[in-house]
Design a protein around this ligand. Structure first.
Ligand SMILES: Cc1ncc(COP(=O)(O)O)c(C=O)c1O
Length: 421
């Protein structure tokens, strides 16, 4: 262990989060020193193929030159807004999002993270409808601030902070009948991820989002689609809602929106909702940092790259390759690997037992590939590499995963033998 790493682990232990320090040390993570494209380098100069992509942040890879250039320009001019003058990049970004997002989504409210975008969505929906209840999905993930965690479908993250919003109802993800039964004239909004990311890369049956929109309309509620993780090319479409051809009333974005360089989140909605919520009092919901020039300039450059480099199509093609390769590994280890699923470059591998995914992740890291499990479902290793990943790099990720699974299986076999002796 280098002295810098040693000192940093010590500072994590004494000043940040001792449990996390232990966990990261156990998994074998070192000190990140720099990053470029699809690679992260530690301070010993070792290169790691990034198959986690910062939970979906690095769609464009690390430090895409066009985004870095946009950031440098903003730094040299005006990175943070005075908040009283008009801010050109914020206007340009809102216009670009109106162009790219489906249907009549037109107005944007900018924040600095995914959970803030969700908070804004919940407040806008409540105000617009004047109703208290949110219907959300079991295993869904929308962030960890009070409102977002109130609609997050995993008790482990909710219980320690109760009482939360008492008006959240949960239904099984993908079940149209349950949704229809739960939504009524008290419902302000139905909030869903098009694909559950932290829930373990769970896909809903085709038509689910269309049905959700119809159910929302029938009871006069809004449909909020949380595309914080699925948005901006990740699933092989610019927005995962496009698979069902659905336009939500409100959409949340974050993660990849800052081009992997600057944090930014957004709530995007219709003119009708904006008029109702901000028409009378334009300062009813605000954010000091939201919409700053640095973040908006990075996001504008990121959206330009998304379109120019057709990242959605690249995600679709590389995603098919990744799924096929991982399924071959699954076929060889079907006792250990329960399922491989996903769409585009949002792919999950579910293990058939607990506490094995961690071992496999550590074995992958030793071989120079970064992966992680999903927050709501630790049995699932997720693959969310940058969308610029090459065919050869996808092959390497598959091979390394295969080797790591084989090593994990050997270890489990040895433990079992030891246990029987
Ligand atoms: C679908 C979804 N919504 C919201 C969030 C919260 O985003 P953040 O961690 O930026 O607050 C996440 C984070 O993983 C997410 O996946």
């Amino acid at each position: 262990m280098s002295k810098r790493l040693d000192d940093t682990v010590d500072r994590y232990t004494r000043y940040l989060n001792p449990g996390l320090a232990r966990l990261m040390t156990f998994a074998g993570f070192g000190l990140e020193a720099r990053a470029e494209g699809v690679y992260v380098y530690d301070d010993d100069g070792n290169a790691y193929l990034d198959c986690l992509g910062g939970y979906g942040v690095f769609a464009l890879g690390h430090r895409h030159p066009k985004v870095v250039e946009a950031a440098k320009r903003a730094l040299d001019q005006i990175p943070l807004s005075s908040k009283v003058f008009f801010n050109e990049p914020q206007g340009l970004l809102a216009e670009k999002l109106a162009e790219l997002t489906p249907g009549n989504l037109q107005f944007s409210f900018f924040v600095s993270s995914g959970t803030e975008a969700v908070e804004a969505a919940l407040k806008f929906a409540r105000h617009y409808r004047g109703r208290p209840v949110f219907v959300a999905a079991h295993n869904g993930y929308h962030g960890k601030t009070f409102g977002s965690v109130s609609v997050t479908g995993r008790e482990k993250y909710r219980t320690p902070f109760e009482p939360l919003l008492p008006t959240a109802k949960f239904v099984p993800f993908g079940d149209v009948d349950a949704l229809a039964e739960a939504a009524d004239e008290q419902t302000a909004a139905i909030i869903l991820e098009p694909i559950q990311g932290e829930g373990g890369i769970r896909l809903a049956p085709p038509g689910y989002l269309t049905a959700a929109k119809e159910i929302a309309q029938k009871v006069g509620a809004l449909l909020i689609l949380d595309e914080v993780q699925t948005g901006l090319g990740r699933t092989g479409r610019n927005f995962a809602a496009e698979y069902d051809g659905v336009t939500p009333d409100l959409m949340t974005l974050a993660k990849a929106l800052g081009g992997g360089v600057c944090p930014i989140g957004a709530l995007i909605g219709t003119e009708e909702v904006w008029q109702a919520v901000l028409g009378e009092n334009p300062l009813l919901h605000t954010s000091t940092f939201g919409g700053n020039q640095l973040a908006c300039s990075c996001a504008l450059a990121a959206l330009e790259v998304l379109v120019q480099e057709d990242l959605a199509t690249r995600a679709e093609e590389r995603g098919k390759q990744l799924l096929a390769g991982l399924r071959q590994v699954q076929a060889q280890h079907s006792d250990l690997l329960a399922e491989v699923r996903g769409v585009g470059l949002m792919v999950g591998v579910e293990f058939s037992m607990d506490e094995v995914a961690e071992l496999c992740i550590a074995h992958m890291l030793k071989r120079g590939v970064i992966a992680a499990y999903t927050l709501n479902n630790p049995r699932v290793i997720r693959f969310e590499p940058p969308l610029i990943i090459s065919e050869e790099e996808v092959d390497r990720a598959i091979n390394v995963f295969g080797e790591a699974v084989a090593e994990t299986q050997e270890l489990l076999g040895a433990l079992q033998l030891g246990g029987n002796a």
